[in-house]
Design a protein around this ligand. Structure first.
Ligand SMILES: N[C@@H](CCC(=O)N[C@@H](CS)C(=O)NCC(=O)O)C(=O)O
Length: 214
């Protein structure tokens, strides 16, 4: 079978999620380093976003689509549940993670720390504090959703869990979000269980501060 190429940077949460998807399936892949909006990325992603993927003649953008392709085309443990209700729950959490949690937790909160917008590099405390207050109820809601089985869908790790895990990895290292994670027992347990897996260890990104200079 053709080689699977995952194109993007290791610091990206979405790139890490699809790399983990491949490893969890037992699929060997090549990581082709490429930044957002670089030529190899723009050729596949209309938005110039990473990750993108090539597998023989198949080229794909968007992490959910790439993970779904990997799950369907390769043997190995399923990353998306077969049961319709569980499958819908997984999609619900992938969508919420990408459209609600990521813009707030990563783009507003984490980026306020690692890419301060002020001219002298000072932190925008007000922006961080506002984001933190909006994050609190969402941490609570996610923690509650995990209470039944420890996972977003079914009772084994799936792509919905990995999709958030890659973000939790960074959030754990920041003061307020680290505290919120420590105060969210189900979320913390999910993080710790997934962090212990070989796929997570093999894809550890550089520290967030290094992302600022990447
Ligand atoms: N919906 C996309 C989001 C990917 C994404 O936002 N990737 C970031 C890096 S983590 C990116 O390429 N950002 C560049 C940009 O937004 O212009 C997916 O799921 O793959």
């Amino acid at each position: 079978m053709a080689e699977l190429e995952i194109i993007g940077l290791p610091i990206s949460t979405y790139v890490r999620a699809v790399r983990i998807a491949a490893l969890e399936k037992g699929v060997t892949y090549t990581l082709v380093p490429a930044a957002p909006h670089s030529e190899p990325v723009n050729r596949i992603s209309p938005a110039g976003r990473i990750p993108v993927m090539r597998h023989g003649d198949v080229e794909l953008a968007e992490s959910r689509a790439i993970a779904g392709y990997i799950d369907t085309v390769f043997d190995g443990p399923k990353l998306f549940p077969a049961d319709p209700v569980e499958a819908a729950k997984a999609e619900q959490w992938i969508s919420l993670t990408n459209t609600v949690l990521d813009p707030l937790f990563i783009r507003r909160y984490l980026f306020a720390y690692i890419f301060p917008k002020s001219e002298n590099g000072a932190l925008d405390r007000a922006a961080i504090d506002t984001a933190v207050e909006e994050m609190r109820p969402l941490f609570q809601a996610v923690d509650t959703a995990l209470a039944a089985t420890g996972y977003f869908a079914g009772s084994a790790p799936g792509f919905a869990d990995w999709n958030l895990f890659t973000m939790l990895h960074y959030l754990r290292q920041m003061p307020e979000s680290g505290e919120m994670l420590n105060a969210s027992p189900n979320l913390l347990a999910l993080h710790d269980r997934l962090a212990a897996r070989e796929s997570a260890k093999a894809t550890l990104p550089p520290p967030p501060q290094e992302a600022a200079s990447a």
